[in-house]
Design a protein around this ligand. Structure first.
Ligand SMILES: Nc1nc2c(ncn2[C@@H]2O[C@H](COP(=O)(O)OP(=O)(O)OP(=O)(O)O)[C@@H](O)[C@H]2O)c(=O)[nH]1
Length: 302
């Protein structure tokens, strides 16, 4: 979860979900682990700081969080997790000896999805954890359907629209350069016509997998639709953009995706201040048009 390039079987429903247990008492950890270890992969934090660190590192599917801990208490941990983009979406269940309604109310107001009283009852812990894990699976699945292209597993145009803004503002704020490559398979229609639509699909899937492995995980690879892909090189100094695009062109010439020789045309553009997704795509698309006009299997800059 949370990685920039997809192709992981996210939310397929088969993978083991991870639950982070945060409690300073070894007895409490043991009691929770006894309820959950058969079903889930468990991570354990013995204090608030460690909980934050493990949440950032492993992005668990659920956190069971004690309130009274030495140092940072559970409320502060919850607040910090919710205030941080990378961890804000992790569901949290408080598990606490504070049985007052005021404490439960505070926990839920901070964004926890549930609150369990100590001493715990195993059946209650299992039932509530299962409910929230099921909801998490369903949420991940919906996000997968909305944000990924179903054929290739790559991010789709909708994902780009939702997420490119963050990348553009980060690049402007920190003053580094990014570039976009719009990639289109040459004469793709012939592959469909001569080898069949299924072979066309296999070529698209194979090229998508290749693009994901070829670029760094920080870069963003998406399928815009049809036989058109977009790669956002993040970061990419201006001087490197054309080299990278040329290298890709040659790599694809050698690739033979699904046993079919192909070439691609690329429209390359560097990101400008005040770019929107629309203006970026327009420049890349115009450059791609030039590459097609000039005979294909080439890169043009826009
Ligand atoms: N197999 C398959 N074909 C698709 C998919 N989406 C679009 N296509 C086909 O992609 C082809 C695109 O054809 P054109 O737009 O004429 O482009 P082209 O043949 O690649 O020609 P140039 O881009 O000018 O080099 C059409 O035949 C579409 O039906 C898909 O998901 N799977």
């Amino acid at each position: 979860m949370g990685t920039l390039n997809p192709l992981s079987p996210a939310a397929s429903g088969d993978e083991q979900m991870t639950v982070l247990l945060a409690d300073d008492s070894p007895e409490n950890i043991q009691a929770l682990a006894a309820c959950l270890h058969e079903q889930f992969q468990l991570k354990v934090a013995n204090n608030g700081e460690q909980c934050l660190e493990l949440a950032r590192r492993f992005h668990p599917d659920l956190i069971l969080l004690d309130i009274e801990m030495p140092g940072m208490n559970g409320f502060d941990v919850c607040q910090q997790l919710k205030d941080t983009d990378a961890t804000a979406d992790i569901p949290i269940i408080f598990v606490s000896g504070h049985t007052s309604l005021a404490s439960e109310e505070r926990g839920l107001e901070l964004g926890a999805v549930d609150y369990i009283f100590k001493p715990i009852r195993p059946a209650i812990v299992k039932a509530r954890v299962n409910t929230h894990i099921t909801l998490k699976r369903q949420r991940d699945r919906l996000a997968q359907l909305a944000m990924r292209d179903q054929l290739t597993g790559l991010y789709n145009r909708h994902y780009l629209m939702e997420h490119i803004g963050q990348r553009l503002s980060r690049c402007h704020r920190h003053g580094y350069q990014m570039a976009a490559l719009m990639i289109d398979i040459d004469h793709f229609k012939r592959i469909n016509d001569e080898l069949g639509h299924q072979q066309g699909d296999d070529v698209l899937t194979s090229l998508g997998t290749f693009l994901c492995s070829y670029f760094r995980t920080e870069d963003l690879v998406a399928r815009l639709g049809g036989e058109e892909f977009l790669v956002v090189l993040d970061p990419c100094p201006d001087g490197h953009m054309m080299d990278k695009a040329q290298q890709l062109l040659h790599a694809v010439e050698q690739l033979n995706p699904a046993g079919t020789p192909i070439t691609i045309s690329i429209g390359a553009t560097s990101v400008k201040k005040d770019d929107s997704l629309g203006s970026l795509l327009k420049r890349a698309d115009d450059a791609l048009y030039q590459a097609k006009q000039q005979g294909r299997n080439r890169v043009c800059a826009g």
